[in-house]
Write a protein that binds this ligand. Structure first.
Ligand code: GAR
Length: 187
């Protein structure tokens, strides 16, 4: 099976959805986490996935931080990288090594509401429709060619919490499906 790594900084619900999806086209060989103590680390350990946790503050530059990450993913023969709530821009070191092989999921219909707290941004803006985007990663923040998008309505009775739940339910189905499609198409 083709090997992949998930990069995450937070709770890891998308990581878990990828792990638990049926017939996923690749094996998740490694979780890379830039936030020591993040919940996603326990999830990976429980699911028997190797973890590589590092604190960017301990590296003099982004290039050196990413070189360390690169060594880890290469050691695990990782071919694909799936960002799942990895709240950090990918720099040239990783982009050049994994050109066209890094995907991201973002909780809005990009290019609307990029960056942090996309769900809160859409809620505050008062739009009636938001959604989820899966895209190839480039050097920008939540830019890069869109692969798939799915709309999610914002209902009059929604709170940010109910909206977040509805968006994440969509993410957990969409991301594994897109991963399968993209990995299969690349063969
Ligand atoms: C997800 O909603 C993901 O789309 C978002 O972070 C959340 C992580 O949740 N990503 C971004 O905002 C990227 N700019 P999770 O840790 O439970 O998967």
């Amino acid at each position: 099976k083709i090997k992949a790594a998930v990069f995450a900084s937070g709770t890891g619900s998308n990581f878990e959805a990828i792990m638990k999806a049926e017939n996923v086209a690749c094996e998740i060989a490694l979780l890379v986490c830039d936030k020591p103590g993040a919940k996603v680390i326990e999830k990976a350990e429980r699911l028997g996935v190797q973890t590589f946790v590092l604190n960017p503050k301990n590296y003099p530059s982004k290039a050196e931080y990413e070189s360390e990450v690169l060594r880890a993913v290469r050691k695990h023969e990782v071919e694909w990288i799936f960002l799942a709530g990895y709240m950090r821009l990918i720099g040239p070191t990783l982009l050049e090594a994994y050109e066209g092989k890094i995907l991201n999921i973002h909780p809005s219909l990009l290019p609307a509401f990029p960056g942090k707290d996309a769900i809160g941004q859409a809620f505050q803006a008062g739009v009636k429709v938001t959604g989820v985007t899966v895209h190839f990663v480039d050097e920008g923040m939540d830019t890069g060619p869109v692969i798939a998008q799915e709309q999610v309505p914002i209902l009059p009775e929604d709170t940010e919490e109910t909206l977040k739940n509805r968006i994440q339910q969509v993410e957990h189905v969409l991301y594994p499906r897109v991963i399968n499609q993209v990995v299969a198409d690349s063969r």
